[in-house]
Each structure stands twice: as C-alpha cells, then as structure tokens.
Write a protein that binds this ligand. Structure first.
Ligand code: 5GP
Length: 200
C-alpha cells in the first residue's frame, strides 16, 4: 500500500498510528541521500546512503522507483517491499506523489491512498509547527498545488484530521481490498482442486 500526501499532509504520523494499531502492516523503508535529522535512525526511518551508493542502487536495478524531492534523492528498494510481501505483511510505502504513481504503473495491484488535511489552514498550521521557514512554507504550498492535481489518479482519499480516524480509514481500505477476488485466487484454486478430487 502506498500512502502519499502533500508536504505537511501527515504521512509519517498516520503511518506510525497505523503500524501501532494494526499488525498486518509493516513500514517499507526507503533510502535517501538526505542527511538524517535529529531523532532519525538509519535502518528505521530511512537507509541513509551516499549519492554514489544511491546511483549504484539505481544503476543495478535495485530500486522500484526513485525521485528527487526538495533537492535530495529518494528511492524504494525492491528488496524492502519483496521481503515484507514474502512474510505476508502489507508493505506501507510513504513516498511522494510522483513515486506513488510510478509504483502503481509498475504494479497496478498496489493500493494507493492520498492523504489530505481537512483544510488549507490546517496544512499551513502543520507546516508552521514544523518550524519551516516562510520561504520553505511557500515552496511546499506551491508544490502542494501541483501534487493535489494528482489525487485523482489515486484509488482512495483519506482526510487526515484526527490521526486515529485516518488510520481507521486506511485499515478499512485494507479490509475491503483483502476481500477482492483478484487477491484470493489461491483460496479459490485450493477449493477447486479439492472439488476436482471428489468422486462424483
Ligand atoms: P523527508 O525528507 O521529509 O523525509 O521526505 C521528503 C519526501 O520524500 C516525502 O514526501 C517522502 O514521503 C518522500 N519519500 C520518501 N522516500 C521516498 C521514496 O523512496 N521514493 C519517493 N518517490 N519519495 C520518497
């Protein structure tokens, strides 16, 4: 599952809430060339890599998608997603809007969720709370103007007003998606094989 939002949309907080309350989900860690911020840990929040390492990963086809966001490179390692899928978890990717569309293009079965704050004043207030400079806030709002146009290419829209409700919305989406016939072929095949064995 891919969760994207304009900057300040609350992806990280919603993800944390989701992982805390539903063990079906696991965070699929991405890699970045941006330096770590205070409180961030390598291998937990991101894989912090050098520009050289990033281009090697890209060249060797190890990234599902990659993007330049605010001057830094970010990419989704195929191995992160594959490992989680093998273990039966729902990988949660919190990536930018363009990255979300790339993942959907490569794997159309990926569920994409667009997170939106309840209104513009909430978005601005969240950016201010993060102590972004006025210039940065302007840049992010300008980016948001373009990002929101991409919302219509997503499968679901979740309004991030109260964290718990946003996480509950995403859990509901997973419940519904897990019931889709296209995701349950193995069960149908098993039943079908058993029926075929009957001497009728
Ligand atoms: P930040 O530097 O604030 O952690 O992240 C900046 C933006 O990059 C956020 O929108 C974040 O979701 C996005 N991002 C993080 N990892 C990836 C990735 O692997 N691919 C893409 N396309 N975007 C990413």
């Amino acid at each position: 599952m891919v969760i994207a939002a304009p900057s300040g949309g609350g992806k990280t907080a919603v993800r944390a809430k989701l992982l805390e309350c539903d063990k079906r989900f696991r965070f699929s860690i991405t890699c970045t060339t941006r330096p770590s911020r205070a409180g961030e840990a390598d291998g937990r929040d991101y894989y912090f890599v050098t520009a050289a390492r990033f281009s090697a990963l890209r060249r060797n086809g190890k990234l599902l998608e990659w993007a330049k966001v605010h001057g830094n490179l970010y990419g989704t390692p195929i191995s992160s997603v594959a490992k989680l899928l093998q273990k039966g978890f729902i990988p949660v990717m919190t990536i930018d809007v363009k990255g979300a569309r790339s993942v959907k293009r490569i794997f159309p079965e990926t569920v994409t969720v667009f997170l939106l704050p309840p209104d513009l004043s909430t978005l601005t207030a969240r950016l201010k709370k993060r102590r972004e400079s006025p210039e940065n806030i302007r840049i992010r709002l300008r980016t948001a103007r373009n990002e929101i146009k991409e919302a219509e290419f997503f499968d679901y829209l979740v309004i991030n007003d109260l964290l718990g409700e946003a996480a509950a919305g995403i859990r509901k989406i997973a419940d519904i998606e897990c019931l889709k016939v296209s995701r349950r072929r193995a069960e149908i095949r098993k039943f079908s094989r058993e029926l075929a064995k009957l001497r009728l």
